[in-house]
Design a protein around this ligand. Structure first.
Ligand SMILES: CC(C)(COP(=O)(O)OP(=O)(O)OC[C@H]1O[C@@H](n2cnc3c(N)ncnc32)[C@H](O)[C@@H]1OP(=O)(O)O)[C@@H](O)C(=O)NCCC(=O)NCCS
Length: 170
């Protein structure tokens, strides 16, 4: 298998990224809120920057850096560090299709987002569902620290345990 190329998200990547997201939802139940409108979920107004992983012409992975939008991890980090929200951003929308996993694609996507955070003086935080153990191992390998736990609310009053992380400092 050729290694995936990680590069900035381009306008033409949306259909491929949406197709990849639908596959990931089938295999992993991510995102828990479902994929009724994958295009809107991927290209939300909160996205500051995004990257895709491409392999043999197909989008096989994606990650975004997003402006804060009420995430528990943002509130926790601001409370614990005294940071101003203008210097905090959220790593989100990370996924790699099952067939392309375990080749460091997730790591390289996460590193692209982390470089962006450092370059723009934005401390990255995230909420990850406690069930998504491979994602938590990935963040911890890259030096992210656990800053607390929360419940991710979605749908019609449903809730699922989640863990909040902050990226390593500069
Ligand atoms: C989390 C996720 C993005 C990781 O993607 P990935 O491309 O498999 O990530 P990596 O390859 O960097 O790391 C995954 C594993 O492969 C291993 N690996 C990486 N390169 C390898 C190689 N060349 N040979 C063998 N193993 C390798 C890593 O050590 C890691 O091992 P671990 O699972 O025991 O910790 C993917 O599992 C996913 O999309 N999950 C569903 C969605 C999700 O949970 N998203 C996170 C939301 S917060």
């Amino acid at each position: 298998m050729n290694p995936a190329v990680v590069r900035p998200f381009g306008r033409d990547d949306l259909p491929g990224a949406a197709a990849a997201l639908i596959k990931v939802h089938e295999t992993d139940g991510y995102p828990v809120e479902g994929v009724e409108d994958p295009d809107a979920w991927i290209s939300s107004d909160d996205v500051l920057a995004a990257w895709v992983a491409e392999m043999d012409g197909d989008v096989v992975g994606h990650v975004a850096v997003m402006r804060p939008h009420g995430e528990a991890a943002v509130a926790l980090w601001m409370e614990q560090s005294g940071a101003d929200e203008s210097h905090v951003a959220v790593l989100g929308r990370l996924f790699v299709v099952q067939a392309a996993r375990k080749h460091a694609t997730g790591r390289r996507l996460t590193e692209a987002a982390m470089s962006y955070g450092r370059e723009h003086d934005l401390r990255l935080v995230l909420d990850v569902m406690a069930k998504d153990a491979p994602a938590m191992r990935l963040y911890e390998r890259l030096g992210w620290h656990k800053i607390g736990e929360t419940t991710h609310h979605f749908g019609d009053g449903q809730g699922i345990p989640a863990v909040c992380y902050v990226a390593p400092g500069a």
